[in-house]
Design a protein around this ligand. Structure first.
Ligand code: FE
Length: 369
C-alpha cells in the first residue's frame, strides 16, 4: 500500500508531509517532502482501547464469537486497531468463559484487532465500586486468580489495599500480565508499594478512587507524584475538560492513555441496558445506574480522540502518544504504534477534522468511508 500526500504523525519523530509505503504487514518506506505544507489526509498509528466493556449491543461478559465480530467491525469504523474487551466483577466461571471466548476468537482469526481481555475486578474496593456490582466484588483469592489467568488475559485491575495484594501482584506479573490499580480506597503508601513492585498503571483516573487532600495524599496524590501512567475517559463527564488539561500539564503526553470505558449501549438508542448484573439507564447519551451513579460511557474512540485534542490543546504528535503508543507500551507491545520503517502497519487515515476515513490493520484495509 502507498499513502501519498499525507500528514504522517509519528509519536516520537513528529509530523511530516510526504508518503508512507507498506509491504505485506510492515511499514517499509517513509518519504518526507521538506517544505511541503498541503496534504490530503492525516495518517496516524491505529487507535488502541484497553478499557471497553462493549458496544452496539455486545457485552464482554455475555458475548459469543459472532457478537465479538460485530463489535470489532464497529471499532474499525472508529479507527481502532487494537482493543481489549473488558469484564466487570463477576463469578469466576463467567469471567473465565469470557476469557475463553476471546482466546478462541483470536486463535481462529488470521486478522483481528482483539488483543486479549482486561479483567476489571473482581478484587476491588467496595467503597469505590462505581458501577461495579457490590455483590460480586470480593477479597483476593490467590487460587481463584491462578485459575482465571488464562493466556488471553493481558491486563487486570485490582485495588492495592486489599489483603493478599502483594502476593497477587507477584503472581500476575510473573505470568507476564500487566497490573493496573483502580476502584481503590488505598493510602499513598499502598499505591507507592504497588508502584515500587512494578505496577505503573492506573485504571480510569481519577474515577473510582479517593481524592487528594493536603494532609492525606491518597490515590490521586500518589498518582500525581509518582510516574504512573493513567487511563482517562474522554467524554467530558467522567472528568471535566479543565481537569484533563490540568492532568496533561502535570503528567505530560507520555503518561496518559485514552480509553472509552464504553458499554453495550454505545451506538444504541436511549433505554434500559445491563452491565455486570445491574440495570443501566441510557438517557441523552449519559449512562447511569438507577440511583444516578455514572456508569461507564458511550463515547466512541474517535470522539474521545477529538475531545482530548480540544480539552488538552495538544499537538498531533502528542495525540498519537495518548491514543495509541502509550497504551501499547503499558502492556508490553513494542512492534506497532509508530509511523516508522519496520513497524507493523496498523494505521488510521483521518480527515482534517479527525474523522476516520480508512483503517488499516496489519497492512490490510478493514474500514473505508
Ligand atoms: Fe470501572
Amino acid at each position: 500500500m502507498r499513502f501519498d500526500n499525507v500528514l504522517a504523525v509519528d509519536p516520537i519523530d513528529g509530523e511530516f508531509v510526504g508518503s508512507v509505503e507498506t509491504e505485506e504487514n510492515v511499514i517499509t518506506g517513509i518519504r518526507r517532502i521538506p517544505g511541503k505544507r498541503e496534504f490530503e489526509r492525516i495518517l496516524m498509528p491505529g487507535f488502541v482501547d484497553l478499557h471497553t466493556h462493549g458496544s452496539v449491543g455486545v457485552d464482554t461478559l455475555s458475548m459469543n464469537g459472532e457478537a465479538l465480530k460485530k463489535w470489532e467491525n464497529f471499532l474499525y469504523a472508529q479507527g481502532v486497531t487494537y482493543f481489549l474487551p473488558t469484564t466487570m466483577s463477576s463469578t469466576p466461571s463467567v469471567i473465565l468463559s469470557a476469557a475463553r471466548v476471546v482466546r478462541d476468537y483470536i486463535k481462529n482469526k488470521t486478522l483481528t484487532s482483539v488483543g486479549g481481555i482486561h479483567y476489571e475486578g473482581p478484587y476491588l474496593s467496595l467503597k469505590r465500586k462505581g458501577a461495579q456490582n457490590p455483590e460480586l466484588i470480593r477479597s483476593i483469592d490467590l487460587k481463584e486468580i491462578e485459575e482465571t489467568l488464562i493466556e488471553s488475559v493481558k491486563l487486570i485491575t485490582m485495588a492495592p489495599e486489599l489483603e493478599g495484594f502483594s502476593q497477587a501482584q507477584e503472581l500476575v506479573q510473573k505470568r507476564g500480565i500487566t497490573l493496573s490499580l483502580g476502584h481503590t480506597d488505598a493510602t499513598y503508601e499502598d499505591m507507592e508499594r504497588a508502584y515500587n513492585h512494578g505496577c505503573h498503571r492506573i485504571t480510569h483516573f481519577p474515577n473510582g478512587m479517593n481524592t487528594l487532600h493536603h494532609r492525606e495524599l491518597g490515590c490521586v496524590g500518589a498518582v500525581l507524584s509518582l510516574p504512573f501512567s493513567v487511563e482517562m475517559i474522554m467524554d467530558g463527564i467522567h472528568s471535566l475538560p479543565g481537569f484533563v488539561k490540568l492532568i496533561f500539564g502535570i503528567k505530560g503526553p507520555k503518561k496518559i492513555m485514552i480509553v472509552t470505558d464504553t458499554i453495550d449501549a454505545t451506538a444504541m438508542p436511549d433505554g434500559e441496558y445491563e452491565l455486570g448484573g445491574q440495570k443501566i439507564i441510557l438517557k441523552n447519551g449519559r449512562p447511569t445506574l438507577e440511583d444516578g451513579t455514572i456508569a461507564a460511557a458511550v463515547l466512541v474512540f474517535s470522539g474521545a480522540v477529538r475531545n482530548f485534542r480540544e480539552f488538552a490543546g495538544c499537538s498531533l504528535k502528542e495525540l498519537a502518544m495518548v491514543s495509541s503508543l502509550n497504551s501499547l507500551n503499558s502492556i508490553g507491545i513494542k512492534d506497532r504504534g509508530r509511523i516508522s520503517e519496520g513497524y507493523r502497519a496498523d494505521l488510521v487515515l483521518l480527515d482534517e477534522n479527525l474523522g476516520v476515513r480508512e483503517t488499516i490493520l496489519n497492512g490490510k484495509t478493514v474500514f473505508q468511508s
